[in-house]
Design a protein around this ligand. Structure first.
Ligand code: TXA
Ligand code: MG
Length: 443
């Protein structure tokens, strides 16, 4: 693995959650034009003030700001300023050779990044107006019309004399860009009017954060502000596509599926350019981030491919190595645990149900139910935390990272996960890709 940036992470900041009223953020027009779809207006003074504070922080300091997107929370900084971008890497402990995605609020803003910085003296900072659409490679135009704002990242050529800080691209000649659809992300981008480089707001190697509480857990003391917009809707990161290659390639599966891409003009032949399993033979993947250890809770994860029966009690007990706690994540068809012999539900409701969304406002939390494994000799206490994510791929995507994080908080030794069919549902391939990277796989 390569070198980390050499500035030490700041641990002495007082991280604040900034409240957002999602209902107060509305689109400034209805759907037909992309520019209108992405324009956000705010009717709540407190929300307005908090977005302004975050925007001011991005402008006046080099400390990154965490904000919700429709996929996962991002950790953003002005993509045109090296000092600010370096602090993203420092706060996360991210390897410096893993490039960042640049978030934009408009095609015009993206267009200004595709033009070189002609006059270094009066440095254009990515705010200049231009006809972005005209300088976008034609292959991307129908794609953007269909999926932006939304969970799709496109790879573009970085021009000579780019406005982007060199740390954003980590030495590549290309950069990734996306226009997020989350109203808080769009409002922040519009208010700051700067392109924001933003990776997921987790500590490097941990599962991506889908609530403000997850961000706080990983980055407390390292940043000043987290905009708290409640849980993210998609739950897995954006799909990364490279339309500069022939045929066009998916570099990372995400919120937009292969099937959805294939329905777009010029994308019928799109191919998969990523590998699922960790440590595959292709050790130079085209999306550099895909080679790193990722999505890993402390516990070992045992992934059962779709259609396999649940683990037996013996298999579960064999994994009780330290704490004696085990996690189970069920999806499409594994039955509830209480049906099987020595496993009994723990009656105390207060003990039995728990969630990790606590610090985040909205009510969609992950619940884990506690069971005890009865021992014949009564010597050790062994327990199972059981989580049901639902049958649909999109529900599994939405809850997956929160479930892995919650089980880590429960200090489980191992997590058994029921896999899903990776061909059904928009986010199914993304879910299985993340799990296969985190897990030992049972087929
Ligand atoms: O949904 C998302 O994409 C979230 C939210 C915050 O927008 N962001 C995110 O960023 O997941 P991050 O840094 O965790 O993942 C970025 C991925 C990495 O796999 C990286 O290697 C790839 O995008 N990437 C970035 N720039 C690239 C480039 N020029 N060429 C190929 N891959 C690139
Ligand atoms: Mg990430």
């Amino acid at each position: 693995m390569s070198a980390h940036v050499d500035i030490p992470p700041v641990n002495d900041l007082r991280t604040e959650l900034l409240k957002i009223s999602l209902e107060s953020l509305t689109r400034d027009g209805n759907s037909s034009s992309l520019a209108q779809r992405a324009r956000i207006v705010c009717s709540d003074p407190e929300t307005r003030q908090n977005i302004d504070r975050a925007a001011k922080e991005l402008e006046a300091s080099d400390v990154p700001v965490a904000f919700p997107t429709e996929t996962v929370y991002g950790l953003g900084a002005d993509a045109t300023r090296s000092a600010a971008v370096r602090n993203i890497f420092a706060a996360k402990g991210r390897p410096a050779d893993n490039p960042l995605i640049v978030h934009v609020h408009s095609i015009a803003q993206l267009g200004s990044l595709l033009q070189p910085d002609k006059d270094e003296g009066s440095k254009n900072d990515g705010r200049e107006k231009s006809d972005g659409e005209a300088i976008l490679p034609p292959i991307y135009r129908p794609l953007i019309k269909r999926f932006w704002p939304g969970p799709l990242t496109i790879i573009l050529r970085n021009p000579e004399g780019s406005h982007l800080a060199k740390e954003v691209t980590a030495g590549l000649t290309t950069f990734g860009a996306r226009m997020p659809s989350h109203p808080v992300a769009l409002a922040l981008l519009q208010t700051s009017d700067r392109p924001l480089a933003a990776p997921s707001a987790n500590a490097s190697t941990k599962p991506s954060p889908t609530t403000a509480a997850h961000v706080l857990h990983d980055l407390n003391g390292r940043i000043n502000f987290i905009l708290d917009g409640g849980p993210c809707g998609v739950g897995v990161e954006s799909t990364v596509v490279d339309g500069l290659s022939d045929p066009p390639t998916v570099l990372r599966p995400g919120g937009v599926s292969l099937e959805m891409l294939k329905n777009v003009e010029g994308w019928q032949n799109v191919v998969v350019g990523y590998q699922d399993a960790a440590g595959g033979k292709d050790d130079k993947p085209k999306a550099p981030g895909m080679k790193y250890k990722h999505y890993t809770p402390k516990a070992s994860v045992i992934l059962f491919e779709a259609g396999l029966s649940p683990p037996t009690l013996e298999e579960i007990e064999a994994r009780c190595t330290k704490s004696g706690n085990i996690g189970v994540i069920r999806t499409a068809s594994w039955p509830g645990l209480h049906t099987s012999g020595r496993i009994i539900p723990v009656e105390d409701a207060a003990l039995a149900t728990s969630s990790n969304g606590a610090a985040s406002s909205a009510g969609e939390e992950i619940h884990a139910t506690l069971y005890q494994i009865q021992q014949t000799d009564d010597s050790t206490l062994r327990t199972i935390w059981d989580i049901e994510l639902g049958k649909k791929a999109d529900h599994v995507a939405k809850g997956l990272f929160a479930a892995l994080r919650l089980l880590d908080l429960k200090n489980v030794d191992a997590i058994f996960v029921e896999g899903i069919d990776d061909t059904t549902g928009d986010a199914a391939a993304a879910v299985m890709n993340r799990l296969r990277k985190a897990a030992e796989i049972k087929t």
